[in-house]
Structure formats: structure tokens, C-alpha cells
Design a protein around this ligand. Structure first.
Ligand code: MSP
Length: 502
């Protein structure tokens, strides 16, 4: 059986989950559901990044021990993912015992291989980025991303010989052994790799809230090194937890935001090369979004929490609207008002209306009872075109296009109603023709319900209930991989309004 191992970043617990985290996590869930349906052994890993300066500081501000503080926020992440029907296989916390042991094991191995050395270092450090920052990167003396002045950091730390692996990493990206999407970001990384790459500090002497270095108990491990290793501990690669799934490595897709691409495309492969492990196959760095044109921030008070969207649009529509708001690789803007407009046109007026009118006619003309007919050639071809386009969205990771692709089929079906004018066929007692039209519409509805499953699983199940059928993997595979579409029942249930206009 083929496998598909995909990950989201593990999120910092300095804050509750917002729609930035939700965006990445929902995309991952859509992909995971798809790969599961088409028969891959799918493993979807997410979790939380809990060590480091930043977390230590917020815990202190809240008068809590760091671990207690983390426990509270982790619960909020888990509640948010439950609310959005996120079906991860493992939720890893960097404070989990098996993760901490894995990190120590990995560092010991790299240390023994000779790729770690000790050196005195002085530099500017942005605690919000949790990284060293150079003078040239500052804008008016502050970190351009966080608008906060960095602190001077002087210490004797351990360093990882990243520079030793720079050329190999360059080659692996150039030859697409590691694929990076989008292309522009891949080129940015290649460009940066053509310049000098410095070794990186991997430990902290003064920071207590971290995993202790196995070969020097005076120092804790740099939070980013600790965090990246979650991709191995999350599948218990070394069997430290006693549930090893090493066959899942290498990871098939790391989904991340563009802000953390360097860590994933360069530092992570560096560590893996030092460990002599295969490199991740694909990294997709999505864009960042703003809210009504402004950066989302607590200070501006414009942070949108996933629950706000779910309260407005429901679970499924929230998932659908989030992933398709703008092309995956680029930056975009969010406005609740735009989402509301899209909800009304795409879901209430298009998909919702198609369902209400089709089952309304089925009830009115045939009392929801009708013997099965094959789809007309035109409709069959239209469905197949849609499936092809849909498959293409997954293979090219154009996740944002999935809803639009399906909605083209439902738009077509709505047009088909106007074009075929079933109410005239009814008046003129052209019963066979009328049956065909209704059946064609049912095929379009069923196909769109099947295809929507990875994005809006509950909507699919509701439509299947009306169709009086059960949704399962084979229905999905039949349509998506075999172009087979059938209606199994000839007795249908009444439809409810799936998307009330807002
Ligand atoms: N803990 C690190 C990641 C370690 S992975 C080994 C981290 N965490 S984070 O909480 O800051 O989350 C970063 C991720 O959240 C981003 O890469 C992105 O996936 C998502 N987003 C956070 N804010 C976002 C936006 N405003 N827009 C889009 N995605 C955003 O970095």
C-alpha cells in the first residue's frame, strides 16, 4: 500500500489558535481525507511547539508554570481542531516525554558524528521569531515582522555544521529531490543558498524552559531544533515510544507558512543529512494573510478565531471558504464580509439552491420516487471533466481551486434546469424527458457531494442521506479513479435547506 505522511507546523502556544493556524490545518485535513479515501496509508501529524523564550515569558506574565500554561493552551488547540472536524493521526506536544527523549537521542547522534561543536557567540536575537537576526534585517532598529527590538545575546553555545551541507541541500532542491512550492519561494531559497550559509547555534545556556542537551546538562536545546525533530518523533521513528512507524519516513509533504520556509528547506534537511536519513519529498509554503488589509495582531485587535467563523457559517462552509479564499502560494486578505458574500453566492445560491430545487421537483412531480435512469451523455461528460480537473487540483497541490472546480459542475446543473425547463416538460406531460432531466440533476448533485467530501464531509453525508445512500471509500474511488457514477436508490428523502442565506 502506498503511504502519504503529511504534517502541519507545530504551533507556538503563546497564543490561542487563530485563523492563520486554522488555514494550514484545514488544508492538511483536506489532503489527508483525500489520500485516505483513495487508499493510501495516510498519516497526518500536527501539534504544539511549547519550549523557548517566548513561551517562558508568556507563562511568567500569566503567573503560571510554563507546563501548566502550555496545558491550558494545548486544550484550546485541541478544541478548535475538534470543532473543525480535523482528523489528525497524532497531536504531538514538544513537552511529551517521547518527543523530548527523541530530541536528545538525535542530538547525541549528531554530536557523535562530529557535526556539533562549541563556540562563543554574540548576536542580536528576536524572541518573537525565536531566531538570531542580523543588523541588515532590522528596520529602524526593530524586527520587521514583530516591530520589537532584538536583545543582545552573548553565550558559549553549541553549533551545528550547517555550512557543511549547504551544497548538498542546494543540489537536492535544484534536482527536485526536495520539491518546494511555489516556484518563486523555491528560487528564493536557491538564491540564498548560493550565498554564504553560516553554522547555526543549537543550544542556549541561559534558557531553562527547554530540553536539556544530552552531552552538556548546562544547556538547553534551541527551540527550532527541538521543534523540527517532531516530524520524526511524531511517527516514533526511533521506537522510543514503543509504537514505531519508520516506514512513513520520508515525509511526503510538509505544509507550512512562508515565514518558516528556511527552517524547513535548509536547516531541517541539514539535520537529516547529518543523521543520514532521507529528505522530505515536498514542502509547500503558503502565503500569509491580512485582515481587511492589515496584519493580524493582538495589538490591532483584529485576530479572528476559528469559532467566530464556525458560529457564522457552520463547520463545513468555514472549511470551504478558508481554503479557497486565495491561491495557495500567495499572500491574501480576509474579510468576513467577503466570506459572507461568497457563502451566499457559492453555497446558498449555487450548491444549496440546486439541491432544494431538484429534490423539490422530485417530490412535486414524482413524490420522491423514481426508477433509475442512466445519465445523459452530456451530463456524464460534464461530470468527467469536473473529476479530471479535481484530480489535477490534488496532484498539483492547487487546493484552493477544489471548491471552485466542483461549483462549476453545480453552476452547470443550475443552468441545465433553466435550459431544460422541467416545469414545461411537466405541463406538457413529457414524462420520460422530465425523468431524464431530474436524473441528470441527481447525478450532478451526487458527483459534487462525493467530490466535496474532503472539504465538507458533513455536507456530503447530509446529501447522501437525502439520496438515501451510504457514503464510503468505494463510492469515492469509483467516481474519482474509475469515472463511474451511479445512483443506488430510487426512493429519496426530503431535503432540508443546507445553507441558509446569511
Ligand atoms: N512553532 C513554529 C513552527 C515549528 S514547525 C517545526 C511556528 N509556530 S507559529 O505558531 O508561529 O505558527 C506558524 C504557522 O501558522 C505559519 O507557518 C502558518 O502556517 C500559520 N500562520 C500563522 N499566522 C498566519 C497568517 N497570518 N496567515 C497564514 N498563516 C499563518 O512558527
Amino acid at each position: 500500500m502506498s503511504k502519504f505522511y503529511l504534517t502541519t507546523p507545530i504551533y507556538y502556544v503563546n497564543d490561542e489558535p487563530h485563523i492563520g493556524h486554522t488555514y494550514t490545518t484545514v488544508i492538511a485535513d483536506v489532503l489527508a481525507r483525500y489520500y485516505k479515501l483513495v487508499g493510501y496509508e495516510t498519516f497526518f501529524l500536527t501539534g504544539t511547539d511549547e519550549h523557548g523564550n517566548k513561551i517562558q515569558e508568556v507563562a511568567k506574565k500569566n503567573n503560571l508554570e510554563p507546563k501548566t500554561y502550555c496545558d491550558n493552551i494545548v486544550e484550546k488547540f485541541k478544541i478548535a481542531w475538534k470543532l473543525l472536524d480535523i482528523g489528525y493521526n497524532n497531536f504531538i506536544r514538544t513537552t511529551d516525554d517521547y518527543h523530548e527523549k527523541t530530541v536528545q537521542y538525535v542530538l547525541q547522534k549528531i554530536y557523535e558524528s562530529g557535526d556539533i561543536y562549541k563556540k562563543y557567540y554574540e548576536g542580536l536575537y528576536c524572541i518573537h521569531c525565536e531566531k538570531f537576526i542580523s543588523e541588515d534585517e532590522l528596520v529602524d532598529g526593530v524586527c520587521p515582522d514583530h516591530k520589537v527590538a532584538p536583545v543582545i545575546h552573548k553565550e558559549e553555545n553549541y553549533f551545528f555544521k550547517l555550512s557543511k551541507y549547504k551544497d548538498i541541500i542546494y543540489e537536492k532542491i535544484k534536482s527536485s529531490e526536495i520539491k518546494i512550492y511555489p516556484e518563486t519561494r523555491r528560487n528564493e531559497i536557491l538564491g540564498k543558498l548560493e550565498l554564504e550559509v553560516e553554522d547555526i547555534s543549537i543550544s542556549r545556556k541561559t534558557l531553562k524552559w527547554g530540553i536539556v542537551l544530552p552531552f552538556d546538562s548546562e544547556q538547553t536545546i534551541y527551540v527550532w531544533i527541538d521543534a523540527l525533530i517532531n516530524y520524526l518523533s511524531g511517527i516514533d521513528y526511533f521506537g522510543i515510544k514503543g509504537q514505531p512507524l519508520p516506514h512513513l519516513w520520508p515525509c511526503d509533504l510538509h505544509l507550512i507558512g512562508k515565514d518558516i520556509l528556511w527552517f524547513h528547506a535548509v536547516i531541517w534537511p541539514g539535520l537529516l543529512l547529518a543523521l543520514k536519513l532521507p529528505l522530505p519529498k515536498q514542502i509547500l509554503a503558503h502565503g500569509f494573510f491580512t485582515i481587511n488589509g492589515q496584519k493580524m495582531s493582538k495589538t490591532l485587535g483584529n485576530v479572528i478565531k476559528p469559532k467566530q467563523l464556525v458560529d457564522l457559517f457552520g463547520i463545513d462552509a468555514t472549511r470551504m471558504l478558508l481554503i479557497s479564499n486565495f491561491p495557495l502560494g500567495v499572500d491574501g486578505d480576509f474579510s468576513i464580509d467577503d466570506l459572507r458574500k461568497r457563502y451566499n453566492t457559492e453555497l446558498a445560491d449555487n450548491l444549496g439552491n440546486l439541491i432544494t430545487r431538484t429534490f423539490g421537483m422530485l417530490d412535486k412531480y414524482f413524490s420522491s420516487n423514481l426508477e433509475v435512469k442512466k445519465p445523459s451523455l452530456e451530463v456524464y461528460q460534464k461530470i468527467n471533466e469536473c473529476v479530471k480537473e479535481y484530480e489535477n487540483c490534488f496532484s498539483s497541490l492547487q487546493i484552493h481551486k477544489i471548491p471552485q472546480t466542483i461549483l462549476e459542475l453545480t453552476s452547470y446543473a443550475n443552468w441545465y434546469v433553466q435550459y431544460k425547463t422541467p416545469w414545461i416538460l411537466f405541463k406538457e406531460a413529457k414524462t420520460e424527458e422530465l425523468k431524464q432531466v431530474i436524473f441528470d440533476l441527481l447525478y450532478c448533485i451526487k458527483a459534487s457531494a462525493v467530490l466535496f467530501y474532503p472539504v465538507m464531509p458533513n455536507v456530503t453525508l447530509k446529501i447522501f442521506e437525502i439520496l438515501n445512500e451510504k457514503f464510503n471509500e468505494s463510492v469515492f474511488v469509483d467516481l474519482v479513479k474509475r469515472s463511474e457514477i451511479y445512483i443506488a436508490s430510487n426512493k429519496f428523502n426530503k431535503s432540508e435547506i443546507l445553507f441558509k442565506k446569511i
